[in-house]
Ligand binder design. Structure first.
Ligand code: ADP
Ligand code: MG
Length: 293
């Protein structure tokens, strides 16, 4: 069974008497221990999906399950436990991730305070995490004494404090330079390997997207394309293939560029062949017999 399963997920944001459909029937499955990137234009529903997966926002319709947690019908108490222990979050704005008046070490210990973990264990785990993110020597510093990239790595340690099964990172490299972005990505990779934590990263950063094995492209509130890579043991990409996502009800989003190239809109003709389906311009006068490819 997949770790994350979204089926026909719909989220409508209501503001005053306006309704915005941010997710329109999204299907997505993610295997446990995977590390995937979500890309897509601004407004395509990436953050909405992250907030739903993080238990911060309740979907309007459809199904979403993370591990054993059914997020569509979670009780208040489960919700608190889910946010605290099952998921970890890291946001784009470095200032949202850390408390400025606490030291780095205290920041990482902070989320553990809500769980019944002895003080010594807390400190030990926080130190281990800070070593894993490469900041063992900055434990006594305060956030503002660190660079943006370092602060984001601390944020990763904070997000991992309660050893979540799922780590959600919404444009974590958005405010840091490309060298720091690379280090942040390496750190996520390390955490993925060390803890087997499933990671979903929203990113505009090609460097990040090119380094994961699965990239899901979102458009208009749906998963629309996917790029899958296979690598050898040394991590060198062997193959890279782009796929269009066919959802459970048989819907497919065609790339806009293809539609424009052939001036397709509204209605198209479909033809079933032995090994493929042809999609033809409805305005053309192609008859059953004339179609050659
Ligand atoms: P992305 O992260 O891909 O840029 P979002 O999920 O933030 O996309 O937004 C998807 C759509 O939903 C946008 O049209 C956005 O304006 C709208 N939206 C997102 N959050 C809210 C909200 N809290 N209230 C109202 N509209 C929202
Ligand atoms: Mg966003």
């Amino acid at each position: 069974m997949a770790f994350i399963e979204c089926e026909n997920l719909v989220k409508i944001h209501k503001v005053a008497d306006l309704e915005v459909v941010a997710l329109q029937g999204l299907d997505l499955t993610v295997e446990r221990g995977d590390m995937i990137a979500l890309i897509g234009p601004s407004g395509s529903g990436k953050s909405t999906l992250m907030n739903v997966l993080g238990g911060l926002d309740v979907p309007s319709a459809g199904k979403v399950r993370v591990g054993t947690h059914n997020l569509t019908e979670m009780k208040r108490r489960d919700q608190v436990n889910y946010r605290r222990n099952v998921v970890g979050f890291i946001w784009q704005q470095t200032s949202l991730n850390l408390l400025p008046y606490l030291s780095i070490l205290e920041n990482v210990e902070m989320p553990m305070a809500f769980n019944s973990l002895a003080g010594r264990e807390r400190r030990e785990r926080a130190r281990t995490l800070l070593e894993q993110v490469g900041l063992a020597d900055r434990m006594a510093a305060h956030p503002q004494q660190l660079s943006g990239g370092e602060q984001q790595r601390v944020a990763l340690a904070v997000a991992m404090a309660n050893l979540p099964q799922l780590l959600l990172a919404d444009e974590p490299t958005g405010e840091v330079d490309s060298e720091s972005a690379g280090m942040l990505f390496d750190t996520m990779h390390t955490l993925n390997n060390e803890y087997g934590v499933t990671i979903v990263i929203v990113t505009h950063d090609y460097q990040v997207a090119s380094r994961v094995n699965r990239v899901v492209g979102m458009r208009d509130g749906r998963a629309s394309i996917e790029v899958l890579r296979r690598r050898d043991e040394a991590g060198v990409a062997l193959t890279e293939e782009e796929f269009a996502v066919l959802d459970r009800t048989g819907r497919l989003q065609l790339p806009r560029a293809y539609l424009e190239a052939l001036e397709m809109e509204n209605l198209v003709r479909l033809r079933l062949h032995d090994d493929h389906i042809g999609i033809y311009n409805a305005n053309g006068d192609a008859q059953e017999g004339d179609i050659h490819e």
